[in-house]
Design a binder for this molecule. Sequence first.
Ligand SMILES: Cc1cc2nc3c(=O)[nH]c(=O)nc-3n(C[C@H](O)[C@H](O)[C@H](O)COP(=O)(O)OP(=O)(O)OC[C@H]3O[C@@H](n4cnc5c(N)ncnc54)[C@H](O)[C@@H]3O)c2cc1C
Length: 294
Amino acid sequence: MYPSRFRYEAPHSLDEAIALLRDGDDAKVLAGGQSLVPLMKLRFASPELLVDINNLPGLAYQRSDPDGTLRIGALTRHVDLEKSELLRTSQPTMAAAAPLIADPIVRNRGTLVGSLCHADPQGDWASVVLSLGGSVVAQSTRGRRSIPMANFVTGPFQNVLDPDEIVVEAVIPAARGQRAGGYLKLERRVGDFATVGVAVSLDISGGTVTHAGIGLTGVGGSTIAATEAAAALTGRPLTPESISQAAELAAAAARPRTDHRGSAEYKRHIVTTFVERILTGSSRGHSDEAERAA
Ligand SMILES: Cc1cc2nc3c(=O)[nH]c(=O)nc-3n(C[C@H](O)[C@H](O)[C@H](O)COP(=O)(O)OP(=O)(O)OC[C@H]3O[C@@H](n4cnc5c(N)ncnc54)[C@H](O)[C@@H]3O)c2cc1C
């Protein structure tokens, strides 16, 4: 199907893009177009104005601040993150998720920030950024504001952005210790959206978990932060007991529905298995590191 008629603008500055959004009725930002364009073709979205941000300078970056804070610009594509040495060496959860987003064609165009803004309950990046305690920075004529990921999504395909706000970057706080964790995704075929996705992020210092975050993909009306499960890990070493307690609490936080991809019970079981698997891998990795350091 063809999209409804729309006006298209491709500004060359952020100020111009924000002004277009402010003055336009029913305007939408176009980044990678990998979610918005299919929606328009199906006529689930019919914006009157598309503001293409692909010509805006200085928004394609991934960089680490001196204190270790990671910043990912709004035009950084999934493929850039998949190939990123920075993520491979310092962000295990992000590095594990990047190659699991869709397929190579989508990864060439789609962006992490676009995925967060799209707020699809089956989007992989939202769980990952949530588990890391990340945030987004939104800009409008009123200035910039930082929005924690935990407060950004208000429901399926809904976020707290005002119509004239553009997210310029996603921010991941610096690790408090050594960063560990991972992302596991159950998909029916390679390239599919998640039947179940689990993101676990840990910071470990002196053998103790100083920060834990668990995000669940595809098992609720929006991305779920399994906060009780994460709390069960924090302030203590990773042990078989803490791992199985966290896995059970994460499964209890899931709100899966039975559908053609599997029963609710099956999906909950996958959450338990994935949390256990990632945490067990992290605990092994950490003891190997400790042995090497000794
Ligand atoms: C076949 C297929 C398979 C896919 N599989 C997966 C998958 O397995 N896992 C997964 O996570 N995703 C998947 N996706 C979605 C893909 O990851 C998209 O790239 C992503 O969801 C949106 O990023 P985008 O840059 O393409 O955003 P766009 O499609 O351009 O925009 C998406 C929404 O976000 C808004 N937006 C975008 N950028 C900004 C910004 N900077 N500020 C404010 N609003 C903004 C837009 O207005 C729009 O509402 C798939 C897509 C396709 C077509």
